[in-house]
Design a protein around this ligand. Structure first.
Ligand code: SF4
Length: 217
């Protein structure tokens, strides 16, 4: 497939996903609070969004803002976030990030990628989530759903699993203003139709666009 054909395919996929999921919402229920999205993004590594949402109800009840979390105690944060896995590192990361946000940024999240990457535990996936959702700027969140499904659809080879490479490819193919919403929609699409182990290809609303489906019949 030529680059031009891939761009055309990407635009068709974006349009179809928009039809299937008219609203594009973040699966993490952060209530519009940038700090909460940073915390939830960190907790979501190797954990489901559903579990993060449940855990954070208690976490934000006990620590309602960055200032409260920056003061800890760490042991209490650890015990609340334990169900998310990797809890010691995650608890330390979100407490340290809260302190940095207060001490170095006056509580205002920076909108620059390099600045966001300074926060402990924040990689490009979380930084893109913040840039797209909070600041409304072009962003590609190359998470597990996005990597798997964009490849199956034919935007790059299925052997490509490197998040940074996927982000770079999708930035060239997806219209910039659609990037963040594409990634939100693909999460819901991945759960409902194109699951990792048993994709429901027979009745999938994107089957006529899907390269994997065409290849495997
Ligand atoms: S046709 Fe199958 S592999 Fe292709 S996007 Fe749909 S569910 Fe996924």
């Amino acid at each position: 497939m030529t680059k031009k054909e891939k761009k055309t395919l990407a635009v068709s996929i974006v349009a179809r996903l928009r039809e299937v999921y008219p609203t594009a919402e973040c699966a993490l229920e952060y209530g519009g609070d940038p700090w909460r999205l940073l915390v939830m993004g960190r907790l979501s590594a190797q954990c489901t969004d559903e579990r993060v949402n449940i855990v954070c109800r208690e976490l934000f009840r006990r620590f309602p803002d960055a200032r409260a979390m920056a003061e800890g105690p760490l042991s209490e944060i650890e015990s609340i976030v334990k169900p998310c896995g990797l809890y010691k590192m995650k608890a330390k990361n979100i407490m340290d990030s809260s302190r940095i946000l207060i001490d170095e940024y006056g509580g205002e999240l920076p909108r620059d990628m390099d600045e966001l990457l300074r926060f402990p535990g924040v990689g490009r996936k979380i930084a893109n989530l913040l840039i797209g959702d909070i600041f409304g700027m072009p962003a590609i969140v190359a998470d597990t759903h996005c990597i798997r499904i964009s490849a199956r659809l034919g935007l790059y080879p299925e052997s490509e699993k490197r998040p940074e490479q996927v982000e770079r490819i999708l930035r060239e193919l997806i219209p910039p203003e659609e990037g963040a919403d594409y990634c939100h929609r693909i999460v819901f699409f991945g759960r409902e139709w194109c699951t990792a182990r048993s994709p429901r290809c027979e009745c999938c609303p994107l089957s006529d666009l899907c390269t994997k489906r065409k290849r495997e019949g």
